[in-house]
Design a protein around this ligand. Sequence first.
Ligand SMILES: [Zn+2]
Length: 416
Amino acid sequence: MSGTQIDLKCRACDAPLSHTFVDLGTAPLCQRHVTPARFSHAEATYPQHVFVCTQCFLVQLPQYVNREEIFDDEYAYFSSFSDTWLKHAEDYVEKVIPRFGIGARSSVVEIASNDGYLLQYFKQRGVPCLGVEPTANTAAAAVAKGIPTVVRFFGAQTARDLRRERGPADLILGNNVLAHVPDINDLVAGMKILLGDNGVITMEFPVLSRLIENNYFDTIYHEHFSYLSFTTVRGLFAKHGITLFDVEDLPTHGGSIRIYGRHSTDASRPETANVQRVLQREKELGHFDLAYYDRFSERVKESKRKILDFLIGAKRDGKTVVAYGAPGKGNTLLNYCGIRTDFIDYTVDRSPHKQGNFLPGSRIPILDPSAIDRTRPDYVFILVWNLKDEVISRMGHIRNWGGRFVVPLPEIQVLD
Ligand SMILES: [Zn+2]
C-alpha cells in the first residue's frame, strides 16, 4: 500500500501521506478481548501501516477504523488497576495545584478522564472538577466515585457546550488523549474554546523520540492514531493560538513528555528554557531527516527475529512460558510476531474485566495472577514492560521455583 493507491492525507497539516514509518501488517483492535461467547466468531482485522508526514513530520496511523468502533462500551481499559499510574496521577495533582494556584473556586476539566483515576485527587482536595469521557462503562465507574462525568467525545462542539453550561476552565488536562484522537485539530480547537483567559492546558503523551530510541513498536495500535514529537505538537497548538510555554520529561509509558499550554495572547506565563532545550534535542536526533524514521523499520524486523529465537529455543528445551499483563501493546507484539498458545500458555492480569477472556488475534487466555503460582512456569514474559518493576516486586517469588522474568523490548532480555 502506498499513498498513490489510496488517498491519504496528514491529519495535522493535510499534506499527502505516502512515506512509510513502519508496517506491522494487520491485527484486530487490541482492547477488544474475545469473550468465551465470541470464541468461535471471526475477528475483524485492520492495517497497522504507519506513515510519517514529510511536511510536519507527524507520525500517524491513518484512521482505518472509526473511533466509535474502538471506544465503545466494551472498551476494557480501566486506569485504576495500576498502582504505578495512580501514584503518578496523585503526584501530578500535588504539583499542579500550588504551581497554578488551583483551588476551591477553580474549574478543572479532564479530557478522557477514564474511571476518575486522576480527578479523584482533585476532589479529595476540594477542587471542583469535571470529566469528559466517551466510554460509558469507565465513565460510570467515575460517577460512582462521586466525580461528575459527561459521556462525550471532546472537540470544538463539546467545548462550546461545556463553556456555555459551566463557564471556562482554569485547567484543562488530558493524559494519553492527544494520540488517541483521529481529528487532532478538532481536539486542540476545543481546548482553545474552553480555556479561560489565564488558564493552563497540560497534556502528557508518549514521545516519539523515546519510542524510536527504545524500539517500542508495540505501542503502535489502532487506538493510537498519532505518535507525537514536541516539535510537531508545538506547531499544531501554535496554529490554534496556543503557546506551549513549558515541557518536561516523564518516565511513564516508556518515556513521555508533559506539555504546558496557554493562550498565545496571555503574557503572564513566559516560556521556560525547557522549550528550546527539547526542540534542540529533537532536531539533533533527526526530527527533520527521513532517514531517522527509516532506520526504525529495520530495527523492528530484527527484534521480531530475536523474540522468536528466544521462544523457539525455550520451547525446544521443554520450558514453559506464560505472560504477565493484557495491555493493548502486548497484542501488537504478539500478533506481529505470530505468537500464540504454541509459545505462551496463558497471560495473567489483575483486572477482573479482562480475566476469563482471550487476547484478540492470538487467542491466548487471560487468567488471574494466581495461575502463575499454580503452574510454576519457567519464564514469565512481561508484556506490561512499563510496569516491569511493579510486576517483579509483586511476583518475585517465581524465583523460588527457578522461574525467570523476560522483558521483550527494547531487546529481548532474560532477567537474573
Ligand atoms: Zn503533516
